[in-house]
Design a protein around this ligand. Structure first.
Ligand code: CTP
Ligand code: CA
Length: 226
């Protein structure tokens, strides 16, 4: 052989990435949501694609351009996201849950715009399905990667979420760090694995960080993935 064909590390792999916030409707003009920009999730999806994966990006409402070379499925609520993820889960090899899924939704969606009146200051909420936890119960061969944005004790809470949701990895960040968090171009994270390994990453652009995170995971999983 004069030369070998160097395969990209994720060639032949199907990767699902969820990104952005979800919106839980109150009435036709209002919703409950969070400050997620979707930037980290989009960066993860683009990095996975560049590394050879066939990527499905399941995106909540964000103001970002659609990346090319991958499939984007737009969703609004946690329930929509759950349905879209489940539809592709069996075929997927890796699931990266960067989305900031709303934990609660209004118990009922008012069909008409709510009018203000005295005594109506409470909106009753109920829990949404924990998508990642459900996937953790269902997984067979899939590699499950979660994200967690915390304001305190990020590594401690992250380790707890690996256990609770049966994850392979979780990427945690402290949103109080000036270089991390919602809407920022940079992030500062720690990659935790179910084997108890901790790998801190210093502040860097989300796009660059996404590559570094995937490369670390690929290296740690090289037997399982290749
Ligand atoms: N997640 C999910 N479905 C939910 C809530 C969270 O799939 N209904 C996923 C997120 O996409 C993320 C991970 O779970 O990958 C951790 O989310 P986080 O909000 O940090 O965890 P929670 O279990 O919701 O705990 P907390 O009470 O800290 O919000
Ligand atoms: Ca949550």
């Amino acid at each position: 052989r004069f030369f070998s064909v160097k395969q990209l590390p994720l060639e032949g792999k199907k990767v699902i990435v969820t990104a952005g916030p979800t919106r839980e409707r109150i009435d036709p003009v209002r919703y409950v949501s969070n400050f997620s920009s979707g930037k980290m999730g989009y960066a993860m999806a683009e990095a996975a694609t560049s590394l050879g994966a066939e990527t499905i990006l399941i995106s909540g409402p964000v103001g970002l351009d659609k990346p090319s070379g991958l499939t984007v499925i737009d969703v609004e609520s946690a329930a929509d996201m759950y349905e879209a993820v489940l539809a592709h889960f069996d075929d997927a090899d890796i699931i990266i849950k960067s989305a900031a899924v709303a934990d609660y939704r209004p118990k009922e969606i008012h069909p008409q715009k709510m009018k203000k009146q005295t005594g109506d200051s409470v909106i009753e909420l109920e829990r949404t399905t924990d998508i990642l936890k459900t996937l953790g119960e269902k997984k067979t061969h899939q590699l499950l990667i979660g994200f967690a944005a915390e304001t305190t004790n990020a590594v401690g809470y992250g380790a707890g979420k690996i256990e609770k949701k049966n994850l392979d990895y979780i990427i945690v960040n402290d949103v109080m760090d000036p270089d991390a968090g919602f809407g920022k171009e940079t992030n500062v994270v720690t990659l935790l694995s179910k084997n108890g390994t901790h790998q801190p990453f210093h502040a860097m652009p989300k796009k660059e960080l996404a590559f570094m995170l995937l490369k670390s995971i690929i290296q740690e999983e090289s037997e399982r993935i290749n």
